[in-house]
Ligand binder design. Structure first.
Ligand code: ANZ
Ligand code: ZN
Length: 815
C-alpha cells in the first residue's frame, strides 16, 4: 500500500473535477434542484482569509451531500470586486484598479480550487465586469423610473479618512465601519434609494422565510416599526400664536395628561423656521453647531448628560390647558418621527433626566398594579405590564392599553392628532464620491433635469483615468474627466453632464445570486425560464455582520424586481444560517497588526486541504466563535492517515458476500443516520466525531469489508473529498468518481440503542427495571439484577431455585 500522499492526490482530483466538469450544472428538469449559496468574497490583496473557508466548506459539505442524494445542485462562486481597498491600493501603487482586481481574483481562484470546493466555476461572476454591471445599472434605472431613486441634499455620515459618505448601517459606534475613522455630518447631494417604501414588505416577508432567529430579530429591530400618533399643539409666542402647530410623535399618548414640556431637535425644521421668534437665539445657534459634532448614538443614549436651551415658546396641551415650555435639546433627533417630542418625565427616563436638569414639573399618570404613588425619584416605565391611569380625567382607572386606544380615538376625533406608523429604517444613501464603483447611468440636463440613459446604451463603462484620488472638496474623481462627463441629453439632445458619483459596493451584491442562474445573458439579467427553474436560494449561509446591510438590501432589490415582474419570486432566500468567527490562536480577532493571522496556503501545504477542511468543520459548533489551534489540525490529519491505513484490513468481495454489513452493522446504521442528520443541521463537529468513533471500532476488528469501508468513505467524502475519491478508486476499485454516488441509507430497525431497559422478575412478577448497556453478557445481566436493592429485599431469607436470562429483555428469578 502506498502512503497517504495528499499532495498528489489533491492535485489529481482537482484536475479530474475540472477536466470532467464534475460540478458544472445545467437546468435539468428531470431532477430536483438545490441552490446553495455563500456570500461571495471581496478579492482583497491579502488573499483568502482563514475565516472564509468556514462558511465555504460548510456549504460545500451540504452541497456534496445533496448531490449524492440525487439533487441537481447549483453551488456558484463569484467576486464582489468594487470597493475601497482595491482603489486605495491602486492609488498607492499607481496601478489600475481593474488590473489589481484581475490579479486578486486569480489568486483567490487558485486558493479556492486548492480547497477542493465543488463550485460551478463556469458560472463565475465578477461585479466589476461591464457585462455584469450593465445589469446593476439597468436595475438602478428601474428604481429611478419607478420613483424609488431620488437625489437629495442631506446631512450624511462623512468618513474623514475614506472621504466618502456612509449609510447609517456603515457607521458603527460613531466610527467608519471600514477604516474605524472618525465620522462627521456633512450636507451633500446624494442619490437615495427609497428602501423605506418597502419597510412593511420587508417585515412581512420575514414570515415566509426560515432564517436563523437572530437574523430575523436584527432585521425587525433595524426596520423598527412603531405605531403611534402625531399630536399637534398650538404654539404660543410672547406676542401671539404661530401660524403652524407643532407635531410630536409619541407611542405613549396614554400618558399625555402627564406631559409637562416639549423638546425639539436642534437640526429640526421647526427650529430652522422659527429661530427668529426664539429667545436666546445666539445660545441656540451655538447649541446647534455643537450638536453636529455628536453622533446620534451618543445623543439618544439614556444617561447621556441632558442639556438644552429654552426657546421662550410654549405648546398648548388641549387636554388640560397646560402651557408646556418648548426646549431645544440634542437628545431628540430630527430624523426620527417629527423631530419634536412631548416630554412625560413621570414615565420616560430621558424625559425624567431632562426635567431634573431643567427643574420641570414631573407628574405621574400611571400607577403599577400595587398602586404605588410614592415620591417620584425615578420615572416609572410602565410598558408591557398593565398599569392603571390616574390624574388623567376620563382615562382614570383604565389600563394603559385601553387608555391608549381611547385617547387616540379622542385626539383624532377632535382633530388634535393623527395615527401614524413610524420606522427606524432610513432611505439608503446610494452614491459614493469615488472611482471604483458602478457609474450611475443618469445625465443632468439644464432643461430636462435628471434623465436616464437609454437602456440600449448600457453598460456605461468606467473610463480609464490617470488619477483617481478622491478630491478634497468631496467630488468624485470622475468629475475631472471632462471628456467623459460632457455628453448630450438623451431626451432633448442638448449638451448635458453625466452623474459623476458611483454606486456603493453594496450594489453588485444585491442581485448576484440572480446572475448565477444565467451569467452570460445579454438580453436580461437572467432569463425567466432559468430563474423559474432555480427559484429561491434553498440555503444561504453568511455572516451576521451582513444582516442589516447586504441581507436586507438584497431582499429589498428582489422584492422590487418581483413587484415590477422581473423576478418570479418575492423573497430571495428560503433559508439563512450564520457561522461563528474563527479567532486567532490567542483568542483574539485575527488581524495583521496583532500578528495572529493564520494563512490557509501554509496550512494546506503542510497538512493538505482535506485535513484543513475537516479541521475547520471539527473545531467547534458551527454557529459559535472558535479559536484556531494548529494541534487540532495535526490530530485531524492523523485521523485521515488512519482512514487511509484501514485499507490494509480490507478483505475481498467474495469474503464478505455472505455478510455484507459485517460485525459492526448496528454502528454503521447509527453512523449513517447521525452523520446525515448532523450535516443537515450544521452540527459538523459531532458528525466528524461519529466518523472517528467508527474508525476506532474498525481498528478493533481484524478485517474490514469493502462494503463497510465504502460507507465510511462516502460519509467522509463531503468533508474530505479528495481522499474520498482516491480511496473510492484505488482501494475499492470503482472507475467513476464519487461525487454523484448515492448517499448511504440506514435501516432504523437496525439501529440498536446504546441502552435498553432490563426487566427483573421474581417468580414471573415484575419487581424492578434497570437501564443496562446493549449487548450485555448473561453473566453481567444476572449480576446486575441480583444486586438491585429492591430485589435483594424480596430475596431476603428465600432460597434461590434458578435464574433465567432472556437476552435484551429480562431476568427471571425463581425462588
Ligand atoms: C411620550 C412618551 C411617554 C414617550 C412615555 C415614551 C414614553 P420608543 O419609545 O422607542 O417606542 N421620540 C419620538 N420622536 C423622537 C425623536 N425625534 N428623538 C428622540 N426621541 C423621540 O420610541 C417612541 C418614543 O420616542 C416616543 O414616545 C417619544 O417619546 C420618543 F412614557 O412620547 B414618547
Ligand atoms: Zn435635456
Amino acid at each position: 500500500m502506498p502512503k497517504y500522499d495528499f499532495k498528489d492526490i489533491e492535485a489529481k482530483w482537482q484536475k479530474y473535477w475540472q477536466d470532467n466538469q464534475t460540478f458544472v450544472v445545467k437546468e435539468d428538469k428531470s431532477k430536483k434542484k438545490f441552490y446553495s449559496l455563500i456570500e461571495f468574497p471581496y478579492p482583497s490583496g491579502e488573499g483568502l482569509h482563514v475565516g472564509h473557508p468556514r462558511p465555504f466548506t460548510a456549504m460545500d459539505v451540504i452541497s456534496r451531500k445533496k448531490r449524492m442524494e440525487g439533487y441537481n445542485v447549483l453551488y456558484p462562486i463569484g467576486f464582489d470586486a468594487f470597493g475601497l481597498p482595491t482603489e486605495n491600493y491602486a492609488i498607492k501603487t499607481g496601478r489600475l484598479p481593474a488590473e489589481v482586481t484581475a490579479e486578486n481574483i486569480a489568486n483567490f481562484t487558485r486558493q479556492l480550487q486548492m480547497l477542493g470546493y465543488s463550485f460551478d466555476w463556469s458560472r463565475m461572476v465578477n461585479t466589476t465586469d461591464p457585462a455584469y454591471y450593465k445589469w446593476t445599472q439597468w436595475i438602478f434605472l428601474q428604481f429611478f423610473k419607478h420613483g424609488l431613486a431620488y437625489k437629495k441634499n442631506m446631512p450624511i455620515n462623512w468618513c474623514l479618512s475614506c472621504k466618502i459618505g456612509l449609510a447609517n448601517e456603515e457607521v458603527v459606534d460613531g466610527r467608519c465601519e471600514r477604516c474605524g475613522g472618525e465620522v462627521v455630518k456633512r450636507d451633500k447631494e446624494q442619490w437615495m434609494l427609497a428602501i423605506t417604501k418597502y419597510a412593511e414588505k420587508l417585515l412581512s416577508g420575514l414570515d415566509e422565510v426560515d432564517y436563523i432567529e437572530r437574523a430575523k430579530i436584527q432585521q425587525e429591530n433595524w426596520i423598527g416599526r412603531k405605531e403611534g400618533i402625531n399630536i399637534e399643539y398650538a404654539v404660543k409666542t410672547q406676542t401671539g400664536e404661530l401660524p403652524e402647530k407643532i407635531a410630536c410623535f409619541t407611542t405613549r399618548p396614554d400618558t399625555n395628561f402627564g406631559a409637562t414640556f416639549v423638546v425639539v431637535a436642534p437640526e429640526s425644521e421647526f427650529v430652522q423656521k422659527n429661530i427668529e421668534k426664539f429667545e436666546n437665539q445666539q445660545e441656540i445657534d451655538q447649541y446647534i453647531k455643537d450638536a453636529k459634532n455628536r453622533s446620534d448614538m451618543e445623543r439618544i443614549a439614556e444617561g447621556h448628560k441632558k442639556t438644552g436651551v429654552f426657546t421662550g415658546l410654549y405648546a398648548m396641551n388641549n387636554l388640560n390647558q397646560r402651557e408646556m415650555p418648548i426646549y431645544v435639546s440634542d437628545f431628540v433627533l430630527a430624523t426620527v418621527g417629527t423631530g419634536a417630542v412631548v416630554g412625560v418625565p413621570g414615565h420616560d427616563l430621558r424625559d425624567f433626566e431632562f426635567a431634573k436638569t431643567k427643574r420641570l414639573d414631573i407628574v405621574r399618570v400611571v400607577v403599577g398594579k400595587d398602586g404605588d404613588e410614592s415620591e417620584i425619584t425615578r420615572p416609572e416605565q410602565v410598558q408591557e405590564e398593565a398599569g392603571t391611569m390616574i390624574n388623567s380625567d376620563f382615562l382614570n382607572g383604565m389600563d394603559i392599553h385601553e387608555a391608549t386606544t381611547k385617547i387616540m380615538d379622542y385626539l383624532e376625533d377632535k382633530g388634535w392628532g393623527k395615527r401614524v406608523i413610524n420606522y427606524k429604517l432610513r432611505d439608503w444613501v446610494f452614491s459614493r464620491q469615488r472611482y471604483w464603483g458602478e457609474p450611475i447611468p443618469l445625465v443632468n440636463c439644464l432643461d430636462c433635469g435628471w434623465v436616464p440613459m437609454d437602456e440600449k446604451d448600457l453598460p456605461l463603462e468606467l473610463p480609464k483615468v490617470e488619477k483617481y484620488e478622491p478630491t478634497d472638496d468631496g467630488q468624485s474623481p470622475l468629475a475631472l474627466m471632462t471628456d467623459w462627463v460632457n455628453t448630450v441629453c438623451p431626451k432633448c439632445g442638448q449638451p448635458a453632464k453625466r452623474e459623476t458619483d458611483t454606486m456603493p459596493n453594496w450594489a453588485g451584491s444585491s442581485w448576484y445570486y440572480l446572475r448565477y442562474m444565467d451569467p452570460y445573458n445579454n438580453e436580461a439579467l437572467a432569463s425567466q425560464e432559468k430563474m423559474k427553474y432555480w427559484g429561491q436560494i434553498d440555503w444561504y449561509n453568511g455572516g451576521m455582520e451582513h444582516t442589516v446591510l447586504h441581507l436586507l438590501y438584497s431582499r429589498f432589490w428582489n422584492q422590487f424586481l418581483y413587484d415590477i415582474g422581473v423576478v418570479p419570486f418575492r423573497e430571495p432566500y428560503k433559508k439563512r444560517t450564520s457561522h461563528g468567527m474563527i479567532l486567532g490562536p490567542d483568542g483574539e480577532k485575527m488581524s495583521k497588526s496583532r500578528g495572529n493571522v493564520i494563512n490557509p496556503d501554509e496550512m494546506v501545504k503542510k497538512f493538505g486541504s482535506d485535513a484543513f477542511r475537516l479541521y475547520i468543520m471539527f473545531m467547534g459548533p458551527f454557529d459559535q466563535a472558535v479559536m484556531w489551534d494548529t494541534n487540532g489540525l495535526v490530530g485531524v490529519k492523523r485521523f485521515l492517515d488512519r482512514v487511509w491505513n484501514l485499507q490494509e484490513k480490507l478483505i475481498s468481495d467474495e469474503q464478505t458476500a455472505s455478510m455484507p454489513w459485517g460485525e459492526l452493522e448496528s454502528l454503521l446504521h447509527q453512523t449513517i443516520k447521525k452523520v446525515g442528520e448532523d450535516i443537515d443541521n450544521m452540527r459538523f463537529n459531532t458528525a466528524i466525531a461519529k466518523l472517528m468513533e467508527l474508525v476506532n471500532e474498525f481498528y478493533k476488528h481484524e478485517h474490514v469489508s469493502k462494503f463497510e469501508y465504502s460507507i465510511l468513505i462516502k460519509l467522509l467524502s463531503p468533508f474530505a473529498p479528495h481522499l474520498g475519491e482516491e480511496l473510492w478508486q484505488s482501494a475499492l476499485g470503482y472507475k467513476n468518481g464519487l461525487a454523484y454516488e448515492p448517499w448511504p441509507k440506514y435501516d432504523p430497525n437496525k439501529i440498536v440503542a446504546d441502552e435498553f431497559v432490563l426487566a427483573v422478575q421474581i417468580n414471573g412478577k415484575l419487581r424492578d427495571t434497570l437501564p443496562v448497556k446493549t449487548g450485555i453478557t448473561q453473566e453481567l445481566a444476572i449480576e446486575s439484577a441480583l444486586s438491585s436493592l429492591k430485589i435483594q429485599k424480596h430475596l431476603a431469607g428465600k432460597k434461590l431455585v434458578k435464574v433465567i436470562y432472556v437476552p435484551s429483555k429480562l431476568v427471571n428469578i425463581v425462588i
